[in-house]
Design a protein around this ligand. Structure first.
Ligand SMILES: Nc1ncnc2c1ncn2[C@@H]1O[C@H](COP(=O)(O)OP(=O)(O)OP(=O)(O)O)[C@@H](O)[C@H]1O
Ligand SMILES: [Mg+2]
Length: 187
């Protein structure tokens, strides 16, 4: 069993949305996946299955002993960040915190990517930081908003869209780093 956690001390960066999408990703690749939501939001409501291949843990933006335990047990930590200057500081604090607890792979997920200058400047800054093992960008996307409203996957809502491609890349990247073997070509 592999454990993937989503961690960032800033709120609204997409931890719960991405945790839900990772669960859908593993399910459509025929893996038994449990999702544990450690915050109270509806989308992160826990969904448990017996004997899971993968456990995805959505965490709150608060550091406590429970979060430390989750990070210690993770095989990959995904740190979502919005591409804005005000996200840089909490993001760096989260990276330092995670790195002080574990040396497992970190995936930086730049969530809400767009074509504004603020986002491209953020990517320039990030490329100079040497943070994480992989970086995956997920676009700012109406399909993501709609899928959340419909309580289904972005893949189910808009199979051929850019957001679906990006979320598939995130799942592939996490699987690769965690050593999870996914069935290629099922989607
Ligand atoms: N890529 C995206 N495109 C469009 N909307 C998005 C995207 N990512 C997240 N959102 C929106 O941002 C909101 C906040 O995301 P989410 O609840 O996943 O953040 P969070 O990090 O879990 O926040 P918290 O720390 O408060 O739990 C979502 O309800 C969703 O509507
Ligand atoms: Mg949340």
């Amino acid at each position: 069993m592999k454990t993937i956690s989503l961690v960032c001390e800033k709120g609204g960066v997409g931890k719960s949305m991405l945790a839900g999408e990772l669960r859908y990703y593993f399910e459509r690749h025929n893996l038994a996946c449990s999702l544990y939501g450690l915050d109270a939001q509806y989308r992160s409501a826990s969904h448990t299955v017996p004997d899971p291949d993968v456990v995805v843990v959505d965490t709150p933006g608060r550091f406590d002993v429970k979060l430390k335990g989750v990070i210690e047990r993770s095989d990959v930590v995904v740190i979502p960040v919005r591409p804005t200057p005000s996200d840089a500081e909490p993001f760096l604090r989260t990276v330092d915190l995670v790195s002080s607890i574990t040396d497992v792979p970190i995936v930086v997920c730049v969530n809400g990517m767009n074509t504004f200058k603020m986002a491209t400047s953020f990517m320039d800054w990030l490329s100079k930081q040497d943070i994480g093992d992989e970086t995956v960008c997920v676009p700012q996307s109406e399909a993501i908003v709609q899928a959340l409203g419909e309580e289904r996957s972005v893949y189910g809502h808009d199979r051929l869209g850019h957001a679906t491609d990006a979320l598939e890349t995130l799942g592939d990247t996490v699987s690769d780093l965690a050593g999870i073997s996914v069935t290629v070509g099922v989607w």
